[in-house]
Design a protein around this ligand. Structure first.
Ligand SMILES: Cc1cc2nc3c(=O)[nH]c(=O)nc-3n(C[C@H](O)[C@H](O)[C@H](O)COP(=O)(O)OP(=O)(O)OC[C@H]3O[C@@H](n4cnc5c(N)ncnc54)[C@H](O)[C@@H]3O)c2cc1C
Length: 420
């Protein structure tokens, strides 16, 4: 059995990676090469054998009012909301299958309280859509789990910040409670509270299921008249210059035909820069490796809330009777040459980068030290210079909209800002 605690000690003391003794798969490298490993906490993805080579799942229309490019979280949210606004002649084009990029392996954490009113409203909207609206509209459950969220304050300033969040939440009707260390221990008996000032507990926070959410969004959009086409890569974007010299989107090119359109929404995740290049638009985001590990079973963890320790830069996500342990890498690995052949793929985890999270996680839930690692999940995610997403019309070309660069918060929203 491989334990989290031993991983830290070995890395720190010996200066070598703990990877091989702690994983069930034997031959792995430390490069940023893609791996086809599917050791993720989902039994199923939407991938189908030979899916990408079988041609588009529907015939392409000759024209559309809007073409959304990319069938991840953002693309599916975008087409759903366009359809709900009453636009029916809208098309989503996904190169592979829905969720194939980053979305399929996301941790899916949704925290409702963020430091600005706009973010709080957007998150409330997202939560409403995935926990209520979609189920009412489609009869399908999105996979939403409401297990609550717990923010950790290990200094007074952080607790003051959480008190402000609680006040903000009150304005928007979001239930939250500031808990003392003793109350936190009652709620989460496995937690070390010795170094805590307090916590902020939000009972209606929870976890989204990426596949379930995207399938349901796409179903609801289709019911309202939108068209979702998979196995259809966009290979070019035609731009025209109008009579007064303004550049405008004209059409989207694919190997299976051209769709005339005045408007595209670039929801292509880490591939969004490539789509931008096709139209002469600069998309300022950077692709990085981002990761979490899934533990073996932990006795007593069932039904616990998700935990976010901002000072340790760590999160603990409930994963059935285990935890996913992740964080925000301070020395991330950049994905310099973004590959187009990466559907449903992962990178090997770099333990030298990841170890910083383990220490914080073990401090918070000490039983993790003796807990084995079941699998690792390291995928690509886009980050921007100011940690804000790229949204709205690009200045270079009229009709070319961006919905990308979500800084590891894209699963939670239609339009979400980040709070790291
Ligand atoms: C390990 C990890 C954990 C995370 N945890 C969380 C979390 O807890 N909460 C949270 O909110 N966020 C989290 N995130 C971030 C979140 O998963 C992403 O922000 C989100 O999934 C991005 O969605 P997207 O639609 O922008 O991109 P993607 O899911 O990558 O979708 C882009 C799609 O575009 C398609 N595409 C690309 N090029 C083309 C083309 N030429 N033509 C047609 N289609 C194309 C791709 O195939 C892909 O399906 C996490 C990310 C990682 C890596």
């Amino acid at each position: 059995m491989a334990f989290l605690g031993s991983a830290v000690r070995r890395v720190v003391s010996a200066g070598w990676s703990p990877l091989s003794p702690f994983c069930r798969t034997s031959a792995r490298s430390y490069s940023s090469e893609l791996t086809k490993e599917k050791s993720v906490p989902y039994d199923k993805t939407l991938k189908q054998e030979d899916g990408a080579s079988s041609g588009p799942t529907k015939p392409l229309p000759r024209s559309a009012d809007v073409v959304v490019i990319g069938g991840g979280s953002l693309g599916c949210q975008t087409i759903y909301h366009l359809a709900k606004m009453g636009m029916t002649n809208v098309v989503l084009l996904e190169r592979d299958r829905l969720t194939a990029g980053t979305t399929w392996h996301t941790a899916g954490l949704l925290w409702q309280l963020r430091p600005s009113d706009v973010e709080v409203e957007l998150l409330a909207h997202t939560r409403n859509v995935i926990s209520k609206d979609l189920e009412e509209e489609t009869g399908l459950h999105t996979g939403w789990i409401q297990n609550g969220g717990l923010f950790i304050a290990s200094n007074k300033q952080r607790l003051d910040e959480y008190k402000r969040l609680m006040s903000l939440g009150k304005v928007y009707g979001i239930e939250s409670h500031v808990l003392s260390p003793a109350e936190t221990k009652d709620l989460y008996p496995l937690m070390n509270v010795d170094d805590l000032y307090g916590t902020l507990y939000v009972p209606k926070d929870g976890t989204m299921d990426p596949a379930g959410t995207c399938t349901t969004l796409s179903r609801a959009a289709s019911t309202r008249g939108a068209t979702v086409i998979e196995n259809c890569p966009v290979t070019g974007i035609q731009v025209r210059t109008d009579d007064i010299g303004v550049k405008r989107v004209k059409a989207v090119e694919t190997p299976h035909g051209i769709i005339e359109t005045p408007c595209v929404v670039n929801c292509a995740g880490v591939w969004a820069t490539k789509l931008g290049d096709m139209a002469g638009v600069k998309v300022p985001l950077i692709a990085m490796h981002h990761a979490y590990v899934v533990t073996e079973r932990i006795e007593g963890i069932q039904n616990m809330p998700n935990v976010r320790d901002h000072d340790a830069s760590v999160y603990l996500r409930l994963q059935g009777d285990a935890l996913s342990v992740g964080g925000y890498e301070q020395n991330p690995i950049f994905w310099d040459e973004v590959s187009d052949k990466f559907a449903f793929s992962l990178f090997d985890l770099d333990w030298d980068v990841f170890t910083q999270h383990i220490e914080g996680a073990i401090n918070r839930v000490p039983s993790l030290e003796q807990t084995g690692i079941k699998s690792t999940v390291c995928g690509p995610e886009s980050f921007t210079a100011d940690h804000k997403p790229l949204m709205g019309e690009a200045p270079e070309v009229r009709g070319f909209f961006l919905g990308c660069g979500f800084n590891s918060a894209g699963k939670t929203g239609t339009n979400i800002y980040t709070y790291k």
